[in-house]
Design a protein around this ligand. Sequence first.
Ligand code: FES
Ligand code: FES
Length: 867
Amino acid sequence: MISLTVNGKEVQGRADKKLLDFLREELRLTATKNGCGTGACGACTVLADGKPVRSCVTPLSKVEGKQVLTVEGLSDREKEVYVFAFAESGAVQCGFCIPGMVLSAKALLDTNNNPNEEETRQAIRGNICRCTGYVKIIKAIEIAAKLLRENTPVPKQNFSGLLGEHIHRVDAAEKTLGTGIFTDDLEFPQMLHASVIRSAYPRARLVKIDPSAALSHTDCKAVLTAKDVPGNIKIGHLEFISDYDVMIAEGGITRFIGDAIALVVCGNKENLEEVKALVKIDYEVLEPMTSPAMALAEGAPLIHNKERNILSREHLVRGNADEVLAKSKHVVNRRYVLPFTEHAFMEPECAIAMPDGAPSEDGVDGLVLYSAGQGIYDEQRECSRMLGIPPQKLRVIGQLVGGAFGGKEDMSVQPHACLAAWILKKPVKVLFSRQESINVHPKRHAMEIEMTTGCDENGKLTAMKAVIVSDTGAYASLGGPVLQRACTHAAGPYNYQVINIEGKAVYTNNIPAGAFRGFGVPQSCFATESNLNLLAEMVGISPWEIRFRNAIRPGQVLPNGQLAGGDVELEACLLALKDIYENANAQGKHAGIACAFKNSGIGVGLPDVSRCIFSVENGKVHIRTSAACIGQGLATLLTQIACQTLGLPPENFFVEAPDTSRAPNSGTTTASRQSLFTGEATRQAALKLKDALDAAGGKLEKLAGQEFYGEYSGVTDPMGSDKQNPVSHVAYGYAATLAIIDGEGKVEKLVAAYDMGSVVNPKAAEGQIEGGLLMGMGYALTEDFPMEGGYPKAKYGTLGLIKAPAAPPMEIILTKPRDPLPVAFGIKGVGELATIPVAPAIAGAYYAKDGNHRTKLPMENTFYKRG
Ligand code: FES
Ligand code: FES
């Protein structure tokens, strides 16, 4: 045993124990987070004798006799300052990285109380934040430095909560101080730990599983296999496809290296890997199909029972594209190759399931699931179906979500936690290691796109054709809708109507691909916008000019036939960038520009409903929705909508965490829908409360115990509708983004003008966009997810995530809608849009610099990556 001091208290621990595990598990200091466990992300940063260390790779022996400090050990003054600074600057999103950031900041400020921006960037270079783009974190450190240096009190805050006001996020304090609860922070008495044995091969027949040696291990509580699944072994985010095996049965064929073969349950999590190694598994190895070409080949084996391994097809036709292109003055044709990429959200997946203590009247026991997905009702539906129990027997309680970006829409840990808890009647935690997370959850789709675009002599677009093939990997996930969005957005936000777009999503034995911020649109937008630059050159006008001439305006018709409403402000976005674009070029820099649009809501005729309940309890208005906040600040947004509607300040409201026993179904956090959909449902509930409050003379206490229900359903037309102007989606957000690179090819600045409708909280909106811009820059230049033979070659540290020193300055311009949508105060949302136009904007800047039209991401021969 060795001794050290933690937060001023002397403690003892085992020399070989990792400091992070010691802090979290033995001292229960859970503010320190485990993002990667391999020293690559900085979420576990603590201070040892004042210096930042990564506690996940530091054995206790290394800190013997040292003073270790976690966020819990900050002084009250420091806590107050950092909470204020991070809230004031809008630096907190999902919050998973923030305690580590705060400690890196403290280490800096303790030795340099007036750092410049570069010194701050260097101080947090080991701390990855996937949400913010670092801009507001750097600002937060500047604010904290000033308060500490000048020893001034933290300013008092007094918010009205009205739309347009930067109120501090309601979860800023708990995320800054690490007191907010992520699933892995929970502990329950007698809790067991479970971990999945994954397929050793991307494609193999599972001949036999022999768990006997594992079962004889003293700490092994169970080895569960497909035979133990009581209900439907197939699950899937889209119920009508449901092709995902919770576990592969003996005799079955695996489809990717993440397939579950067996679930090992132990009392002590440290024994899991040892026990897993004792399970003997015999495979007959089969050749995997690791590209769409292989899977589409004549006679290729079927991964699922789908003709030619095709999950879905799209064919969008308006007018006769061949004819119009043949008559067009200028035509370009290029083929683009887009890679798989990894969400790299900071919090690895974790779920805990346990028997529900409530007495059962019908003989069916219930379960409670603590989880952090993107929709508690999705988790309830899929897991209850797998257990063969009525959905209401599974209560799902959402915890803080440490980032998701679409990567937590599908089930991952939840079914296995439920299965083990169901069978063993004990609490069971399933926690992914970072590598398991990387190997299992769906990625951004790799796509190949051939695109032909035509215009007239003035640069007015005439028609386009595209063929899009996506690698959807081993399971459907959301591969069908992702392909559909890639196709529906492939013609861009422009005013022309002749299109012919064919798409195919193909099953392979690669890791599945699914939802990822932008949902297929970043891929097709890269092709669309890159072709536009070549057309501009042929016409002899600038890339800005060709976009301005074609940009969709109110009253015009989008390529999909939808009439653009008065809310559309793409023209204003472009005008906002005009001078900056021209000045950059005039100064000898290289500027690239791209536009994008993105739907708000699921659309295309599918049911899309959000719901909200207000209840008056203990003198406060509780806002109850099932909508998952995955970092975007939903609780704050709903609070501001309530404040605006009712004229009450924020302290009157309490936004409950998602809980199927308390909240109505508000739908999945997907398709940039929550701000608009749950925003409007919240407004509707608030309006009912307002009526009641008016009748009660404004006395909230008179309404104690009452509930008020609000709902919003987005009505749209199905794909292929024969209406002249079908409503494909209830709204679109629009964006124009400018990338400026210097002589070396380094991104010097990103400037983004966004039409996201009405802005609820300007700093929150900017923060979303800054994070999206940096993610888009990573997609353009540094991020990749190589797979060879169905095996991923990436680790967290090799994904190419951009760190603070390389993040460029960003300028955000938010347009004001002249004619806002009549729902949700005109909010359209920006979650996905922010990422989409960045890669083509950067490609345009490089083209301006060296004339090399890059057609592949991440781009080669740049400042960031050689060819
Ligand atoms: Fe330690 Fe990522 S958890 S560096
Ligand atoms: Fe930094 Fe989410 S706020 S990772």
